[in-house]
Design a protein around this ligand. Structure first.
Ligand SMILES: Cc1ncc(COP(=O)(O)O)c(C=O)c1O
Length: 390
């Protein structure tokens, strides 16, 4: 199998391919979905074999081999990121979305605020609000198609009720791989304001050639007493349906507090998640990711070159993730005009920029985790839809 091969994600009823009606009210079968963050590639053999082994064994009862998953996570952190962690620092959750909600519940109370750098993964805001907490937005700057941090402004934006700084590293959307210096500045900010730093590193393996992800714990070891790191195989291997996340906490007090929340919810990892994540965090998994990222880089080049021809469209060069951010603000269109043109005319469905919070207006996020032919098709459709601007 190659990354160019397709499989039918409509009959599998994937959210990305069949959820556009429910989510956006878009009915029709000619849309090219580039929204939900999962990939369209044929699953690698080691995942299929792990699933088959489960079926062959035929035992779907309670199980006691979660340790092998913790060891796989620790092995992956060491071999892929140079980060030594103890298996005992890992607390499993049912996905990283679940982990974020638990973090909010553990380290803040209703009425407290959670700070985050916007635009950012839209589910951060949803989970903060659903839990009755407030949001302190710390807007990123855009310098030449590149999101950057602006600490000169951030201290003054804090209202004093923040308990948590929720960081997305690498950054979704915008695809920034934060440098060690940027991570140290973020850690210093969390320290200065007495915050728990929750570092969502779910995109940590999706790094484009020439860039390197630094785990926050390595870039800023001084923050470890306040640090909670979240990782998962769900984005890297597109196994989000198997609902498993790893929360890594070096500090014993923070770990006990988080484990308390998980225990009160009586949450235990599921069999399929453990089997797939263990198969993914392996030498076979490493080889697959090493082949994947040059392919994503090729998609990104094709997309950036093509879309860059549309007057007023600025594609942020991707450093990490497979989620490209396009800033259309120089076209002068409103968000509604932009959305109609892209979905109705081009029949392409990205994620709407305003969903990502302050700084998202005028932008759209495009998922490039798909076959090159589909990226080329998206470029052709979008170029046509914006042809009157030429
Ligand atoms: C930054 C970030 N965190 C968390 C998630 C959700 O991960 P999960 O499917 O494990 O809940 C996503 C999904 O796109 C994401 O981009």
């Amino acid at each position: 199998m190659t990354f160019d091969d397709t499989f039918d994600r409509v009959t599998t009823r994937s959210s990305k391919w069949t959820g556009m009606d429910a989510y956006f009210g878009l009915t029709g079968d000619d849309y090219l979905p580039m929204w939900v963050a999962d990939m369209d590639f044929v699953p690698p053999d080691f995942l299929t074999e792990a699933t088959r082994a489960l079926a062959d064994a035929g035992d779907y009862g309670y199980f006691s081999h979660v340790d092998s998953y913790f060891e796989a996570v620790a092995w992956w952190a060491r071999t892929r990121h140079g980060w030594e962690i103890e298996p005992g620092w890992i607390i499993p959750t049912a996905s990283l979305g679940n982990a974020i909600a638990f973090a909010i519940q553990t380290w803040s109370n209703p009425g407290d605020a959670v700070a985050m750098f916007t635009p950012v993964y839209h589910e951060f805001a949803k989970k903060i609000r659903k839990n009755g907490r407030l949001i302190t937005e710390l807007p990123l700057c855009t310098a030449e198609g590149h999101f950057t941090l602006d600490f000169d402004r951030y201290d003054a934006l804090m209202c004093g009720t923040e308990k948590i700084l929720l960081l997305c590293s690498p950054h979704n959307p915008g695809g920034r791989v934060w440098s060690a210096d940027e991570l140290r500045a973020i850690a210093a900010f969390a320290e200065r304001h007495g915050l728990v730093l929750v570092s969502d590193e779910v995109h940590n393996d999706l790094i484009l050639p020439g860039f390197k992800h630094a785990p926050t714990a390595l870039a800023a070891p001084e923050i470890v007493p306040r640090l909670v790191t979240m990782t998962s195989a769900s984005k890297t291997f597109s196994i989000a349906g198997s609902r498993l996340g790893a929360v890594i906490i070096g500090d014993a007090d923070l770990r006990r507090q988080f484990a308390g929340t998980v225990s009160r919810a009586d949450l235990h990892p599921n069999l399929l998640g453990v089997a797939l994540s263990r198969a993914a965090f392996s030498p076979e998994g490493a080889a697959w990711v090493d082949a994947l990222m040059p392919y994503i880089a090729g998609n990104e080049t094709a997309f950036r070159t093509g879309i860059g021809e549309i007057p007023g469209a600025l594609v942020h060069p991707l450093e990490g993730t497979y989620l490209a951010w396009v800033d259309f603000s120089a076209t002068g269109m409103t968000d509604a005009e932009l959305w109609t043109r892209v979905t109705d005319q081009a029949r392409v469905v990205p994620s709407p920029g305003p969903d990502f919070g302050t700084g998202g207006s005028g932008g759209l996020r495009f998922n490039l985790g798909t076959q090159r032919a589909r990226v080329d098709e998206a470029v052709a459709r979008l170029t046509q839809a914006f042809a009157d601007l030429q």
